[in-house]
Design a protein around this ligand. Structure first.
Ligand SMILES: [Cu+2]
Length: 103
């Protein structure tokens, strides 16, 4: 997009830790379109990475991606188009939100 500052640090992959704690870390990642984000669960606590947004304490999935609720393992999703993709945890709702920026 003309006039948009490009983040030259963006790459085609990003990794997000799901837990420890009630958090995605980092909560804000940037990748290039066509790239893949890998979420990795640790700590044995149940969480999900579910695309959608939270308004106050009500979160609504938008169907783009959903890891389902799990306590270990990984989930990968590839983002073919640019945009901002907010997501949240179905267990912890608005307490646990994050975003993927796709350039
Ligand atoms: Cu959670």
């Amino acid at each position: 997009m003309a006039g948009t500052t490009q983040d030259m640090t963006a790459s085609s992959t990003a990794s997000v830790a799901v837990a420890p704690g009630i958090a995605f870390s980092p909560a804000d990642v940037t990748i290039l379109h066509g790239g893949t984000v890998t979420w990795t669960w640790s700590g044995g606590v149940s969480h999900s990475a579910t695309s959608g947004t939270c308004v106050s304490t009500t979160c609504t999935p938008n169907g783009t991606f959903d890891s389902t609720i799990k306590s270990s393992g990984t989930f990968q999703f590839s983002f073919p188009t640019a945009g901002d993709f907010p997501y949240y945890c179905m267990v912890h709702g608005s307490m646990m939100t994050a975003i993927v920026h796709v350039q």
